[in-house]
Design a protein around this ligand. Sequence first.
Ligand code: ZN
Length: 433
Amino acid sequence: MSCAPAWVDRKILETDMAVETKGHSAISAVMRVKPPRRMHGLIVGVSFAVGLTFGATAGFAQIASDSAPATDETVEATTAEPAVTGSDGAETPEVLTTEATAQDAAQSDASQNADQEMVTPSGDATSAVVFMYHRFGEGEYPSTNITMEQFDQHVKELTSGPYTVMGVPQIVSALADGKGVPDRTIGITVDDAYRSVYEKAWPVFREHNLPFTVFVSTEQLDSGYANYMTWDMVRELSKAGVTIGGHSQNHAHLPDFDIDRVKAELANSAARFEEELGYVPEIFAYPYGEANGEVIAAVKEAGYRAAFGQQSGAMHTESDFMYLPRYALNEHYGAMDRFNLAANSLPLVVSDVTPADYTLTRNPPAFGFTLAEPAPSMNCYPSEGEPTMSRLGEERVEIRLDGPVSSGRWRINCTAMGPDSRWRWFGMLYTVP
Ligand SMILES: [Zn+2]
């Protein structure tokens, strides 16, 4: 009430770093039609860091935005402040070690049907947090890598009690059906099927019975690069219950393609999955998190029942299940304070988001949304551009920028303090032609 909240002067940082990667450059150089706009060295993402400073009065947030596009070399290790633990000692969520483990799934063999056989933990929560990894212990790629020390800390945290790590298909099913999941439900995803997933992460996930999903671009495996898994390895994971997801054929910038080519990407990768695994995955991740309305329709038409972008935030029952959020983790944004903050985050539920399409047709974008419930302390942080925020009544939020944003990807994150010092979070990622 009148006393200063515990989080006064806390800074948080937001991520959204360069998540997709130079590891693709070998392939991309061959496959990509339109490279120039993403040829800033090896980096294809935008990162920024933001400070939120809360004044002691009235929970009013001031922006101390320090957003800067970052390259692999210049991602700033912004000082991460004390983590929001979310527990406050007030409630101790029941410890639910996952019942839907990889081991269980292994017994049912056909991993794609595993969720039907597994018991999905239920609960009252209507949201879950999904993390995204790429590489493990590959220090030469810090923007897509997590160190093994960081990874061990993440696993230690996830197995420390309050969390329920569930398979992503199970989370999707539960939330899409409007059912609850346990509070602090976590999903783990790994993009691109690098060899280090098999060699370094898989033994750890297996040891701790942590289910996870690997998103595979089929051509990257077909090309036989040594830094990617082989199909034998993917088969082994699949048989052990690891969820395999789709990630296009050529790890393509899908919004750049005409729609027939997008459909060919999906059809060709589906054919390869069928040949190699005997099934086509049902969960998809857009390469680079890039999508637009046509791409999304094609992914849906191809049979995928859910798809992830790369925008931050907690997924929830009202999410767009064909463009779900995930928190990216890498060396720069893999520290425990941020990990804890993300793992304990709650959705900032919004509707009527503009622009509605995930690829901008107008630049600067006229960004706006309607809050499901008032959030007076909310603030928003764009990856580029000086924002002016207007509040129309308690619910409608409109943000305008001082000028156009660069081509590539533009992100904006809106956060507000929620119950028990847990952040409510709504992130968007727009592809900028
Ligand atoms: Zn990828």
